[in-house]
Design a protein. Sequence first.
Length: 88
Amino acid sequence: MSSYSLYAPVVALEMSYLDELFASYPVVMSVPQVAEVLGRPHSTIYKWLGDGTIPASKVGDSWVIYRDEVKALVTSGRNLLMSEEDAE
């Protein structure tokens, strides 16, 4: 049995959980919604938006944050590299 066949159910389970987690959010999310889903304060989300950690575009005074891009960030595991200092 290949390692892929053992790994695939774990990935499917994780994606199923993420699909459920993000399903209730709109396609374009607000900063408070991103903070809620990631479990971080608004100030951290603004910092991550500013430094490009969270992919988004700024239009006027508002951030355009696509739900699927936030979900992809979580799926990629890139957020695991953020230290606790970044979270404050």
